[in-house]
Design a protein around this ligand. Structure first.
Ligand code: NAD
Length: 355
């Protein structure tokens, strides 16, 4: 059923969501929205973003966009999970307390298992552990309490596998040995990715606003440092955005000097037209939500008792998914992004018809 309302701000969002709910609790200051895009493939899963949005409209648009993205990510990762997301509006440093999370847990309970939350920007694993004391609808808790722990190394492994697939397709060998890889943002995922690629013989160029993170990789793996403003211009085989969203925009795309873009950051394209622009410049862009699905795949393996080996094997198959995307893109003349979107939409629609 298509909803009859148009959310504030962006008329392209919201009408295809199954359910959206909000809450305000004066006693703790909890103001949150949960958006369930689809449960056709299974219960929806997506993190809780906690930040001081300027308005409820901005938060609503963010949660609608992100929850839809989670549906596509899980569908392309071959998971029996739907897409959902939550936003909490406010300053985490001021609002975070056990009572606050107790109220939030009760709100999560109200979705009766149609939405499972996890860590995202502004929330931590400790927050998930706290929530887990009050609700079963939380994933990605720490290993001490039976969760799968920090997903970043597994996410990095998935991006690494996506890079190997791009290398296979573009240069006839999946090995990254001798390839130059430029990574923008060497935080939890980017640094792990740099180490994996270096261990396979790749040459790394890295940049980060946090100089200590760069220095560590220069020391540990002999990475070449560069400026944050220069990294996308680096002459390289693969450029890996691993920091913020919208790294591929009208300014940066014309300046890229790589053959492929494969990175961990969410929402790398500033707009859908950027995928066409990259294709026009003969730069292979592996959709971010395909390359960075390792985290959600890892969390999915918490169900029925976390199995790290099975999770890692599943993440490794991102390699096959990316090769399939390349083959289909060539056959159809579409971009990898367009093929991935269509494939995800077909999987979700097929599951919806069965249910
Ligand atoms: P992180 O915060 O540990 O690392 C991000 C790094 O980017 C930090 O070191 C930060 O200093 C740096 N940075 C910030 N602004 C920058 C800029 N303008 N230029 C260069 N570097 C800059 O985060 P993370 O967990 O490594 O995640 C990185 C990206 O991957 C994010 O977009 C995140 O949403 C996405 N992602 C992460 C996971 C995961 O498992 N952690 C899963 C899927 C997607």
């Amino acid at each position: 059923m298509t909803a009859a309302w148009t959310p504030l701000g962006d008329p392209t969002l919201g009408t295809d969501h199954e359910e959206v709910g909000g809450i305000w609790r004066q006693r703790t200051g909890l103001m949150a929205i949960v958006a369930i895009h689809s449960t056709a493939l299974g219960p929806s899963l997506g993190g809780t973003r906690f930040k001081p949005y300027d308005s409820v409209a901005e938060a609503l648009n963010d949660v609608l966009r992100l929850s839809k993205g989670m549906s596509y990510k899980s569908a392309m990762a071959g998971l029996d999970l739907g897409g959902g997301k939550a936003v909490i509006i406010g300053d985490p440093a001021k609002l975070r307390s056990p009572e606050f999370f107790k109220d939030y847990a009760a709100f999560l309970d109200s979705f009766g298992g149609r939405y499972f939350t996890a860590e995202d920007v502004g929330t931590s694993q400790a927050d998930m552990d706290e929530l887990g004391r009050h609700t079963p609808y939380v994933a990605g808790r720490s290993t001490e309490v039976g969760g799968s722990g920090d997903p970043s190394p597994v996410t990095a492994y998935g991006v690494f596998r996506a890079m190997q697939a791009a290398a296979e397709r573009l240069w006839g060998s999946s090995s990254l040995s001798g390839r130059t890889i430029a990574i923008s943002g060497v935080g939890k995922v980017g640094s792990s990715l740099a180490r994996l690629a270096a261990a396979e013989g790749a040459k790394l160029v890295v940049a980060d606003v946090n100089q200590a993170a760069v220095d560590e990789l220069v020391e540990a793996i002999g990475a070449s440092p560069t400026e944050v403003s220069e990294i996308h211009r680096t002459h390289c085989d693969i450029y890996a955005p691993c920091a913020l969203g919208a790294a591929l925009n009208e300014t940066t795309v014309p300046e890229l000097a790589c053959e492929a873009v494969v990175g961990a950051a969410n929402n790398q394209l500033s707009g859908p037209e950027m995928a066409d622009e990259l294709a026009r410049r003969r730069i292979a862009y592996v959709p971010d939500y395909v390359a960075n699905a390792g985290g959600v795949i890892n969390i999915a393996y918490e169900r029925g008792g976390y199995d790290p080996e099975a999770a890692r094997a599943h993440v490794g198959r991102i390699y096959d998914t990316v090769l399939e995307l390349f083959a289909e893109a060539q056959a159809s003349g579409q971009t990898l992004e367009a093929v991935a979107d269509r494939t995800a939409e077909e999987r979700i629609a097929k599951a919806a018809r069965r249910s």
